[in-house]
Design a protein around this ligand. Structure first.
Ligand code: AMP
Length: 223
């Protein structure tokens, strides 16, 4: 039985950073619904226009679309030994679909919540810039690049910012999270599946704790 590692947490909690580390070091794919949608919204289709306007408003894309995106992506060969979800599920409907999908795939859901206080989240989002070449994430308050606005590893690349990381949109995204997604923590806790880590520490310390959870789970399931 393989695992679906579900990274839970508010926008800015560090799910993307941890998902990237897990992908590199555990050798299972990271599936970020936000990244998939950011690619999708650049296409020239009516659906892309709709996705773009929803994302720009800080609201959530409809469950039906998200569910088909996740179902399709996780059916690929690289997911056969498990995968990491970053940014999904975000609603009760998505969580219900994931239960069904996990059953069908014979996988076990391992939800890990990265806890960060509300005050820190806003700075995490509004200070966030990333490298368009390698995806490395910087933060002007907490982890600035060595030189202003360029990647440490790709000096030819100007860092770019997500269009929904402005302070006005960050606020709406945090409100959406509180309303739609935070209740899922109670849902997973009710079935004793939720594990939580303190997300205020440096990324390597957080990773070490997540890795411990993931590895200790290995002993519990047949591989
Ligand atoms: P993220 O990169 O995870 O912060 O996602 C950026 C935006 O993409 C969100 O603010 C939503 O508009 C949309 N999005 C990403 N994942 C989902 C999801 N599972 N359900 C609905 N909307 C999503």
């Amino acid at each position: 039985m393989s695992k679906i590692i579900v990274l839970m947490g508010a926008p800015g909690a560090g799910k993307g950073t941890q998902a990237r580390l897990l992908q590199e070091r555990q050798n299972i794919p990271q599936i970020s619904t936000g990244d998939i949608l950011r690619v999708m919204k650049e296409e020239r289709t009516p659906l892309a226009e709709e996705v773009k306007s929803i994302m720009n408003s800080g609201q959530l894309v409809p469950d039906a679309l998200m569910i088909s995106v996740v179902r399709e992506r996780t059916s690929r060969e690289d997911c056969k030994n498990g995968y990491i979800l970053d940014g999904f599920p975000r609603t009760a409907g998505q969580a219900a679909m994931l239960e069904k999908l996990a059953d069908e795939q014979g996988n076990r859901i391992l939800p890990i919540s990265i806890d960060v206080p509300f005050e820190v989240l806003e700075k995490r989002m509004t200070g966030r810039w990333s490298c368009p070449v390698c995806g490395e994430i910087y933060n002007i308050y907490f982890k600035p690049p060595k030189f202003d606005n360029v990647c440490d590893l790709h000096p030819e690349a100007q860092l770019s910012r997500r269009s929904d990381d402005t302070s006005e949109k960050a606020k709406i995204r945090l409100e959406t999270y509180e309303r739609e997604t935070r209740p899922l923590l109670d849902y997973y806790a009710a079935s004793n599946r939720l594990q939580s880590v303190d997300g205020t520490r440096d990324p390597e310390a957080i990773y070490a704790e997540i890795e411990k959870i993931v590895n200790s789970e290995k002993g519990k399931v047949k591989s």
